[in-house]
Design a binder for this molecule. Sequence first.
Ligand SMILES: Cc1cc2nc3c(=O)[nH]c(=O)nc-3n(C[C@H](O)[C@H](O)[C@H](O)COP(=O)(O)OP(=O)(O)OC[C@H]3O[C@@H](n4cnc5c(N)ncnc54)[C@H](O)[C@@H]3O)c2cc1C
Length: 424
Amino acid sequence: MTKHYDALIIGGGHNGLTCAFYLARAGMRVRVLERRHVVGGAAVTEEFHPGFRNSTASYTVSLLRPKVIADMKLHDHGYRVVERTISNFFPLENDYLKLGGGRTEAEFARFSAKDAAAYPAYDAALEKVAGVLRDLSLQAPPNVGGGLAAIVAAAKQGWPMAKMDLATQRDLLAIFTKSARDFLDGWFEHDVVKTAFAFDAVVGNYAGVSTPGSAYVLLHHVFGEVNGKLGTWGHSVGGMGAITQAMARACEAQGVEISLETPVDKLLVSGGKTRGVRLESGEEIVAPIVAANVGPALLYRQMVDEADLDADFRSRMKTYKTGSGTFRMNVALSELPDFTVLPGKEQAEHHTAGIVIAPGMDYMDRAFIDAQQHGWSKKPIVEIMIPSTVDSSLAPQGAMSPACSASSSTPRSTGTRTARKWRT
Ligand SMILES: Cc1cc2nc3c(=O)[nH]c(=O)nc-3n(C[C@H](O)[C@H](O)[C@H](O)COP(=O)(O)OP(=O)(O)OC[C@H]3O[C@@H](n4cnc5c(N)ncnc54)[C@H](O)[C@@H]3O)c2cc1C
């Protein structure tokens, strides 16, 4: 007998699962169709080497809204986040910088007393802007082409910004338009201090610190929270997959049907409206609502027939650029890295931090320019996390499972060349 659904979700990433949960909670019959053998998308925990597990793509959490955690009752389904002792560790040529753990100002003071004094005001300014955007993130964005209703919705959503004091409005404008370098130049004088923040603007972002608009990404790093602490990033116990597994359980408790190894081939469209999907197996599933948890390029270039898109949109999608500026590698280690500037293989707080190899603003700009010109950066920005230092469930006793991410590379790059050159 054919089952009837009110909504189908293509993809079981964390956004697809969250969407499925809320639709089911609203009384709909919902089915999630996931291509892989596991839900989670980029938020998964996988065994990448015998005995070594890791969050194999996305690795640190902050942006998951407390409302979603509460609505999905994720704590009841095993969600737990631990915080790093310090947030970031920057090994430098003959020194180092540690951020977080309540001593950021003291660390900055080693490089510039003026910058240490400026830090609280910088932090407060960013937090003010982030606070407004945090509230906006729980509202449906106005629908482009949605007529008068959309204009009214946009005006309503813009109202909290109009109410901000003038200094905050200026900060908002600056942060949405300037490069990270220009924005930070307005606040700080020392290159090491600026670098500590500018890294946040380019991590996972195919941009340099001088790229206009890159300042906006600084906000992403203060926007979130974990365990009630604003601007903090943490680690999900059991890896990011523990979050999406908890979400899957929350969905199932709400009656959502989750189908694994069920890749969608095409959207079925008639009369300009979606009427369901065709799976790669050839099976057709009908539903009046289809929500896509896949990116626009995959959706509109592969899953929807060209003839079902209007000419203007079709031509825009043809030139829509998408790709990754990051190369990610998971490695199993028998011991912790030993840093020349902070020696020792016994676990210390800097081993639990995001270990960032990005010595200077010019270094980061060069990494980007290099990636643009050659596909790979000769000297990439490298971030290393050793999650097993904060979560013992991930690696065998005494062993470590670090993950390195390197920005910048370009989508046309291939596998292993730079990886062999990396040294910690
Ligand atoms: C290397 C890397 C590191 C990152 N690190 C972080 C981080 O530390 N913290 C952070 O907050 N964010 C991080 N991000 C970003 C974050 O992971 C993504 O923004 C997030 O996972 C997107 O979630 P999503 O649910 O929208 O999509 P996805 O996670 O991409 O999920 C899409 C799902 O659709 C499925 N799918 C694809 N095609 C089909 C098909 N034809 N049929 C059915 N299913 C299909 C996929 O298998 C997948 O499960 C990182 C991203 C990457 C790539």
